[in-house]
Design a protein around this ligand. Structure first.
Ligand SMILES: [Fe+2]
Length: 291
């Protein structure tokens, strides 16, 4: 049903810093601004993948899940309604702001606004061009990357995303976060190992981090040194994850949440994938840094 993570929306208190950060650190391309100053960043052929809105939350404000067709959108809507979820039809203004053909929205069990849409605008006349010359993002049909969200009730959250939206569990990791044992579950919706992951902890914020995948390992390492030069806090050192095998580091965004910047994620084939159970998030590295 859901084909990919199409875009995310962020509510940010310092748009000026985000405009610089998105281009000069992340290497994303500003493709336009909304009437309220919202920043639309692109990473591939699509008009936008990250939208930063003025707001006080400094957190994710919505996740945009793409479906392929109108029929798929109707199917998702029917499943949600049959389960008693309050589904809202997007207004013409919302559709215009998101640059899609049609869209519905609803809240997930943790209160995150989810949008399901089809027909995200493609900027075919302007090929993606990174303002700082990175080789490119691994996005396209795999989606913009992944989001990791806090979940109060992991089982209920997994049931919602699996049964109603068609996500499949890739694996679980049990580990210690700040000396507390936590469980994480990773879900895929296309060959990308996970488009969403959930950590069972109760936090006031919704987003732990979002991840961008680079086509070049050199760009990941170069960006890590660029963060050091520019004073962007590195929250976790370079390492390789045990489950998706991504080599990455984590930086702190201007909104406070983290951004994982990585390369080399393994792909999942539903025909032969077996759910795995890990006891450590990393094969090596990813040492937490205090700031
Ligand atoms: Fe991640």
């Amino acid at each position: 049903m859901i084909s990919q993570l199409g875009y995310i929306g962020i509510s940010a208190s310092d748009l000026g810093r985000w405009e610089q950060f998105g281009a000069d650190i992340l290497g994303a391309q500003l493709s336009g601004k909304g009437a309220d100053g919202s920043l639309y960043f692109r990473m591939d052929e699509y008009h936008h993948r990250i939208v930063v809105h003025p707001g006080a939350e400094d957190d994710i404000s919505y996740a945009g899940w793409m479906v392929a067709t109108l029929q798929a959108l109707c199917e998702v809507r029917e499943r949600l309604v049959a389960d008693g979820v309050a589904v809202r039809q997007a207004t013409p203004e919302e559709i215009e702001r998101r640059k899609v053909i049609d869209m519905i929205s609803f809240d997930d069990p943790n209160g995150l606004r989810c949008e399901v849409f089809y027909g995200l605008r493609v900027s075919a006349d302007r090929p993606f061009h990174s303002p700082r010359g990175i080789a490119g993002f691994t996005a396209g049909e795999l989606g913009m990357g992944h989001i990791v969200l806090f979940a109060r009730d992991l089982d209920r959250t997994l049931d919602f995303y699996s049964r109603l939206l068609g996500f499949r569990v890739s694996d679980y990791i049990d580990f210690e976060m700040a000396r507390t044992p936590v469980r994480m579950a990773f879900l895929h919706t296309n060959p990308r190992h996970h488009s969403a992951a959930f950590v069972q902890v109760d936090r006031p914020k919704k987003l732990a981090h979002f991840m961008l995948e680079l086509t070049s390992l050199d760009d990941v390492c170069r960006t890590m040194y660029l963060c050091q030069e520019k004073g962007v806090p590195i929250t976790s050192t370079l390492g390789r994850h045990s489950n998706d095998q991504v080599v990455s580091f984590y930086m702190q965004s201007p909104a406070g949440f983290e951004i994982e910047y990585g390369h080399g994620g393994r792909l999942v084939d539903d025909a032969d994938w077996v759910v795995q159970y890990h006891q450590t998030p990393s094969m090596w590295g990813h040492k937490r840094q205090a700031h």
